[in-house]
Design a protein around this ligand. Sequence first.
Ligand code: AMP
Length: 445
Amino acid sequence: MKKAQAAPAAFAELGIEPPLLRALAKIGFVEPSEIQKQLIPVVLSGRDALGQARTGTGKTAAFGLSCMQMVNRDMGLQLLVLVPTRELAVQVAAELLRLSEFLGLRIVPVYGGQRIKSQLHSLGKKPCVVVGTPGRLIDLLERGALSLGDVRFVVLDEVDRMLDIGFRDDIRLILGKITSPHQTVFVSATLSDEIKRLAGQFTRDAVEVNVSRDEITVEEVTQVFIGVEPWDKFRLLQMVLEREQPKLAIVFCNTKRGVMKLAKRLHVEGIDAREIHGDLVQSKRERVMERFRKHNLHVLVATDLASRGIDVHGITHIVNYDIPVDPEAYVHRIGRTARMGSFGKAITFVTREQGKLLTEVEKLINLQITEERLENFVPGSPPRGELGGFSPPPGRRPRGPARASPVSAAEPPSVPGGTAPAQSASPSQRPKTLGAKFRSRRRRL
Ligand code: AMP
């Protein structure tokens, strides 16, 4: 006979009741995460909340357990969760479903890209919880397929993301339609003044719960950058993949075109990589994510579509093939690894023109990212027309904790924003003055 799992007492102490405790025991959550410890009692007390926590720290269960506990399974739609992307709608709905297994709640995800007919059918069964992207929710509201008249809990997940992909008016429209008395919970990895202003319009006397402290990236992620010339990036990626042998890796590019080109090239080279970006039809996006989630695919090439909220266990490597232009995107990208206490490595490719972007990231995360050099990597010649007047910028010595991989630990400093070509890379040609000098120089690049 199967041994019954013990109810997790620490969750019971937060006020979580037996049906949810049973599910937690079954899933194997024993200790609540920090955001769960702090947010659950606030929501259960009936207050609005504004929660800030790093991505991957258990926010879904934090709002999910507390709100779902107060939902009545016989009363129609009471909990509405707004999320920015389709993938997140599917993922959050699945997490809520397994947490509420013994409450028996009907939960429906609604999002664009999937035929509206099947979603209309699911909504017809009167779910108590709907998780949706703003665009599709508005569509359904306009068709009269969804009524928000009985909603008692509204959660906005990844609000910062929703704002930067321009959902502000949609959010206003949706929230404006909820006229019944309700509790509102905002959750986000960052809480800018803008988010607080928006929250101020839609919450009443919200309790701010901030568990992200000063450091916004997780310690368990080893972060390194590799200087590279643009024309060498693909070869470098091949070498990195060969050397690191990632169990699961996401390689981020800044554009859809970049993703498509890179995935194709990897494929040609015999690396089983698949792409994910906004131009891919939804069914294909789901298939790719499913393979990745099941570890049947080891390299995912992605735009920032995959940088937020996507929770896949066991991602060991993040490669920023293109360093993001927005430093906050860096935080979200690397948050895909080292989730809930596991370890991961983030490798960022930086060309000489991108030194400033790297500095912006370092300023945001308040940490100097260590440079890593690949011993066997011989920089190639620039394609014709790109050579003009090359002179290597000065080097740097890693100042942060010695977290770089063994190959870099004994290396002399190389150049910022670009691995110097072989003819200019001898230690004697590298400047002796490092640190601050390096930084100011890099800003001018
Ligand atoms: P989230 O931040 O909601 O995307 O959660 C990140 C991951 O942590 C998900 O895989 C959750 O299932 C998992 N998780 C959430 N809470 C806990 C917990 N208390 N103990 C262990 N794992 C958890």
